[in-house]
Design a protein around this ligand. Structure first.
Ligand SMILES: *Cc1c(COP(=O)(O)O)cnc(C)c1O
Length: 376
């Protein structure tokens, strides 16, 4: 097979994929209602539970056709019992998205907001739960992809359970990268999409979680048709299929990506992402870039660098220079500070980051940005 031009994506997903994953989408045409296709999805659904070390009797996975946001929508609209409230532990853009979902559905909720560069205060989380016994669902984000801060999900999950609430975690930017143990991490539901840690393509998203809670949710108010968790689960249980048309080619690619995941191994893959992340930080440090999140709070997957105070700095120009040479850098997602992000997702390794910094330094020099970069 001919090799395909390799771009190094340093954006927070979709990520760089292997050629074997790219080519795995080229298959004979098939109707996804054939038994052959349903059997492929059965193995895929089990693998998705195994990645977070879930016991297949207790946990299951439910697939959806859409980008990662569909999972947040599904969990929030499907898992809130009648008369209960959502608590969003929010220190970034992705938990803010969960708050917006509550607003759009008109769901009673508490937005417990913390600064984007701080970890949530667990004492406040507990007080909120104690003072609001009607909280039925606690939601947070594992790695806030907008900044790269790691949230203490195990501790938040323990508090949620202590006060009788379900715990849903947006693990879209950690799943299949930073190891997760669904049971030990006190997670009832986590979620991701094929184009992030699994290094496949967009179009397939999935929720991994507690089967008995899904079954209880049959009785909860129905707020969506296409995005109801129980409805999709029940259809899978009865037929082995998605209720509506699945993203066929992305499913083939994800199955290949899973083969490559097991071959590389959880620990080796995390070690590789860590090498990439360290190489990114070394490169940024050498150039004098300041970052938003202090080192001990970083997830180890996203670096969020602050724009230098230099009249010659232009993110767009530097981006275009790098893009033309096969490297994609990404703007930040914080309203208070101008930042750009370099992410350690994807089928890349430390030498790719060395190559990137050669080009990035050339770009700074070309546009006359002083190095080391300056801050006022
Ligand atoms: C990428 C990502 C999502 C999904 O975003 P889409 O724009 O729908 O792909 C959700 N949560 C987190 C934490 C993410 O990193």
């Amino acid at each position: 097979m001919e090799s395909i031009k390799r771009n190094i994506l340093l954006n927070p997903g979709p990520s760089t994929t292997t050629d074997s994953v790219k080519y795995s989408q080229v298959v004979p045409d098939i109707c996804p209602r054939e038994k052959e296709f349903a059997s492929l999805m059965k193995g895929l659904r089990e693998d998705l539970v195994k990645i977070v070390h879930g016991d297949l009797n207790k946990y299951t996975s439910v697939l959806f056709c859409g980008s990662g946001t569909i999972n947040i929508d599904v969990c929030i609209n499907s898992l809130l019992p009648e008369g209960k409230k959502v608590l969003v532990v929010n220190n970034g853009a992705y938990s803010t998205r969960a708050v917006e979902i509550c607003q759009y559905y008109g769901l009673p909720h508490i937005n417990l907001a913390f600064p984007v560069d701080q970890r949530p205060d667990l004492t406040l989380v507990e007080e909120t739960l104690k003072n609001n016994p009607d909280i039925g669902l606690v939601h947070t984000t594992h790695n806030e992809t907008g900044t790269g801060i790691l949230n203490p999900i195990r501790e938040i999950g323990a508090l949620a359970h202590k006060y009788g609430a379900f715990f849903t975690v947006d693990t879209t930017s950690t799943y299949a990268m930073r190891p997760i143990n669904i049971e030990e991490d006190n997670i009832d539901f986590c979620m991701a999409s094929a184009q992030k840690g699994l290094m496949a393509f967009t179009g397939l998203s999935f929720v991994v979680g507690n089967r008995s809670i899904i079954e209880q949710s049959k009785q909860f108010p129905k707020r969506s048709f296409y995005c109801n968790l129980y409805l999709q689960y029940e259809y899978f249980e009865k037929t082995g299929e998605m209720h509506f048309t699945p993203p066929v080619q992305t499913i083939y690619a994800t199955i290949q990506a899973l083969k490559e995941y097991w071959k590389e191994g959880e620990q080796a893959k995390w070690a590789r992402h860590t090498r990439v992340f360290n190489a990114i930080n070394e490169g940024l440090d050498e150039l004098g870039f300041k970052q938003v999140i202090k080192p001990e709070w970083r997830t180890g997957l996203v670096s969020s660098a602050i724009y230098p105070d230099d009249p010659n700095w232009s993110f767009e120009k530097i981006h275009d220079y790098c893009y033309e040479r096969g490297f994609t850098i990404y703007p930040g997602k914080i309203s208070t500070t101008n930042t750009f992000r370099l992410c350690a997702l994807g089928a890349i390794d430390a030498p790719d980051i060395k190559d990137f910094f050669v080009v990035f330094k050339e770009a700074l020099k070309t546009y006359g940005v002083s190095v080391p970069v300056k801050y006022n």
